[in-house]
Design a protein around this ligand. Sequence first.
Ligand SMILES: CC(C)(COP(=O)(O)OP(=O)(O)OC[C@H]1O[C@@H](n2cnc3c(N)ncnc32)[C@H](O)[C@@H]1OP(=O)(O)O)[C@@H](O)C(=O)NCCC(=O)NCCS
Length: 184
Amino acid sequence: MTDPRSLVRPATVRDVDTIASIYAQVVRDTSASFEETPPTRVEILRRMAAPPRLPWLVAEHRSRIAGYAYASRHRQRPAYRWSADCSIYLDPGHRFVGLGRLLYERLITELAELGYVSLFAAIALPNPASVRLHEALGFEALGVFRRVGYKHGAWHDVEWWQRRLADPPDDPSEPHEWRPGGPS
Ligand SMILES: CC(C)(COP(=O)(O)OP(=O)(O)OC[C@H]1O[C@@H](n2cnc3c(N)ncnc32)[C@H](O)[C@@H]1OP(=O)(O)O)[C@@H](O)C(=O)NCCC(=O)NCCS
């Protein structure tokens, strides 16, 4: 994807309404997210700033926000702190033109620079576009949780994927908090 009219940048407060609107459609109309009520802009702002601070990125196409991707804490207990989860959502009019790849390449680079070692993604099946995107970006399928969620009148399987960001160090230094303006 080299369309010069597209770029990826850190999300800001000004992007929250568009992020909320893209995500609301996914929550209401699909089972790609297991949330049932679209979060408010206040809740999205809370998630963006939740510790540990992790990247939230938007893709712009022709100066309009086409989608976003972010990382979040993998699990609460401290030994998990070198692992993160990721999510990605594109506006339906901007899918399948390489923006997903562009967002994930930047997300992966930023997380590796912060000192994270593993990145995880949970994909509610079926979702061939998401499966292909994760394969293309070097994620490996770990296994499927069978019939683990019920939404829109059906049970859904969830497949977990892992992307190694670095060889696990014997004595890892603490991961850094993300700073939207650049490296910490
Ligand atoms: C999943 C999603 C993020 C993919 O992003 P995208 O910008 O459409 O994907 P890209 O154009 O960057 O393509 C990435 C790869 O997936 C493939 N792909 C994209 N859409 C596809 C589809 N519908 N079916 C099969 N493969 C597809 C592309 O060919 C590409 O593979 P390649 O690099 O081998 O050519 C996007 O479709 C989306 O937002 N879907 C709805 C929300 C969602 O499901 N989010 C993920 C939750 S786990």
